[in-house]
Design a protein around this ligand. Structure first.
Ligand code: XLS
Ligand code: NI
Ligand code: NI
Length: 433
């Protein structure tokens, strides 16, 4: 144990009336809901980058957070890992996620960077052995270093494509070695700043081939986890090729990968794309590509990906309802790709941000589970579509446009509009949240 979080107790469930700040009021990992422990339903993960590598900058100012492990040496990288696992222990976190660049210092050459990565991966492996937290997903940072400024797989320079391949290969190897359950690709620079200098068709084709190569490599090394794309419409690029769930699905179909790759959906990205979180989850589930979520919201006014911890359980309940309706996670989980605000300097802030986020999710999850279990919403939905259960309706789908049209005169159809009952269903929701 390092002394960074000294005097902070291990967080335990103490019920809704707990008096201490350092307690879960709603998240009880061992409570069985719908036949499974909450911990196994929710599969919480901490994001290494925001919690341990982010210095607190915003577009107008630099570092505000001063952490003893900030710096470029392997010793400091190990210290960072020690503090990270201290936090996972305090929170009882089952999972964490990391990019290569969060965990190891960049070397002077690719070979040195790879040596650093492999050394820290071995260290993380030892930490995993001695602690509870395991790897939910690994990923590559293909956006911070200046070499990626014009993209990674979509870079006009083929040498950068090669560098991206080497980086992703190394991180897939690392993820396999650490027993990671997923590998995520988020294409922050896979897009463009201006069409004037961009061959959009070529870039998209290269991104597609790259993803096929990733999947081929997955089979080659025997990685049994899930490959996930994390959609985001823009920021840092003006336009990104992985815009939203629907766009990613079209992309996957185009490159024959719809059965191979799923999505990691982030609430803030959904908002940037003009969708709700629950819309993106429901769509992914209906297309068979729902994988995992990044549970961090945007500020609704600023329009940036502000990566805030969730603190509105009623809003999150809608998302968890869709996740439960889809059958829950398999390899996925609830990753807090969230950061504290840049004025939140104290170690306590970092812990309590996660406590609040986990409690918000637990409360949302329990409400969603109770509503799903009651069947009330699903019965109402099924009743609305009941007409489609008739043989005539099914025959119409199997038949032609003319045979469907012929029903109107043959059966004297005069459809009568029926209420959508939205307010009644909203009231039903309110009963559960
Ligand atoms: C950035 C993304 C990023 C991914 C992992 O907006 O959310 O943090 O989750 O590269
Ligand atoms: Ni994001
Ligand atoms: Ni994310």
């Amino acid at each position: 144990m390092t002394d960074f979080f000294k005097n902070i107790p291990a967080i335990t469930y103490q019920g809704a009336n707990a008096t201490s700040e350092f307690a879960f009021r709603h998240y009880n990992p061992d409570e069985v809901v719908l036949g499974k422990r909450m911990e196994d339903h929710l599969r919480f993960a901490v994001a290494y980058w925001h919690s341990f590598a982010w210095p607190g900058g915003d577009p107008f100012g630099g570092q505000t957070l001063d952490r003893p492990w900030f710096g470029d040496t392997m010793d400091l990288a190990r210290q960072k890992a020690d503090v990270a696992f201290d936090m996972f222990d305090i929170l009882g976190q089952p999972f964490y996620c990391f990019h290569d660049a969060d965990a190891r210092p960049e070397g002077a050459s690719f070979a040195e960077t790879l040596r650093n990565l492999n050394e820290i991966v071995d260290y993380l492996g030892e930490k995993q052995q001695a602690h509870k937290a395991k790897l939910l997903w690994g990923t590559s940072n293909l956006f911070s270093h200046r070499r990626w400024m014009s993209g990674a797989a979509t870079n006009p320079d083929p040498d950068v494509y090669a560098y991206a391949a080497a980086t992703v290969k190394a991180n897939m190897d690392a993820t396999l070695k650490l027993g990671g359950q997923n590998y995520v690709l988020w294409g922050g620079r896979e897009g463009y700043e201006t069409l004037l200098n961009t061959d959009l068709a070529a870039e998209r084709a290269h991104a597609g081939r790259f993803l096929q190569q990733v999947v081929e490599y997955k089979y080659k090394i025997g990685f049994t986890g899930t490959i996930l794309i994390e959609p985001k419409p823009q920021e840092p690029s003006k336009h990104q090729y992985d815009y939203d769930v629907a766009t990613v699905y079209g992309f996957l179909k185009d490159f024959g990968l719809e059965a191979e790759v799923k999505v990691n959906i982030e609430q803030g990205h959904a908002i940037l794309a003009g969708h709700s979180f629950e819309h993106e989850i429901a769509l992914a589930a209906s297309l068979g590509i729902f994988g995992s979520i990044d549970m961090n919201r945007n500020d609704y006014q600023s329009g940036w990906d502000t990566d805030q911890f969730p603190n509105n359980h009623a809003e999150k309940a809608l998302a968890f309802y869709e996740i439960l309706r889809a059958g829950g996670y398999t390899t996925g989980g609830t990753n807090f790709d969230a950061k504290i605000r840049r004025q939140s300097l104290d170690p306590e802030d970092l812990i309590l941000a996660h406590v609040g986020g986990m409690d918000t999710c637990a409360r949302a999850f329990k409400a969603a589970a109770a509503l799903l279990d009651s069947g009330e919403l699903e019965q109402a939905r099924a009743a609305r579509y009941a007409g489609w259960q008739t043989p005539a309706a099914q025959a119409m789908l199997a038949g032609s446009l003319e045979s469907a049209a012929a029903r109107v005169t043959a059966e004297g159809l005069e459809p009568q509009p029926k209420s959508g009952r939205q307010e009644r269903l909203e009231n039903l929701w309110n009963k559960y949240v």
